[in-house]
Design a binder for this molecule. Structure first.
Ligand SMILES: [Zn+2]
Length: 148
């Protein structure tokens, strides 16, 4: 009899970093599960499409996605409703690099993305993957500014 499987769907045009793969494997192992990792690198038609055409038919336990906030909110709601988990990578900002290569660059964990500084000069945003976190809900925190 095959062991139990943790089915994970990675939804991003970016490939998984080596450290992301390592932490997923370690998580599955810690829970006595066999990791099945599938990727969906294409452009998403919609969240509804993702859930009803990929996630539910595929029987995924976990969807890992980096999406705009409105889409994350929608996916988090559907995850609660249908009983799968939504995770996202937690990434920390290290600094901005004006010149590459950066001496701190770690290809297993780091992401460099081109950007512009306040003066419009080209820089690279140097970020580092830390861990995965489960998205429970997306909330707007607001306070009243007028009185009735
Ligand atoms: Zn750097």
């Amino acid at each position: 009899m095959p062991g139990k499987t943790l089915k994970v769907l990675w939804v991003s045009k970016h490939k998984l970093l080596r450290e992301e793969q390592r932490q997923l494997h370690a998580y599955a192992e810690r829970h006595g599960l066999e990791l099945q990792l599938d990727t969906f690198p294409q452009k998403l038609p919609s969240i509804e499409w993702l859930v009803h055409r990929k996630v539910l038919p595929g029987g995924y336990d976990v969807v890992i996605a980096v999406l705009p906030l409105t889409m994350t909110a929608q996916l988090a709601e559907l995850a609660q409703h249908h009983g799968f988990q939504l995770w996202r990578p937690r990434v920390g900002l290290l600094h901005y690099d004006r010149k590459l290569p950066c001496p701190d660059y770690d290809e297993d964990r780091d992401i460099l993305s081109p950007a512009a500084d306040a003066d419009g000069k080209a820089v690279y945003v140097h970020k580092r993957f830390l861990h995965f976190e489960k998205v429970v809900a997306v909330e707007v925190v607001a306070e009243p500014v007028t009185t009735p």
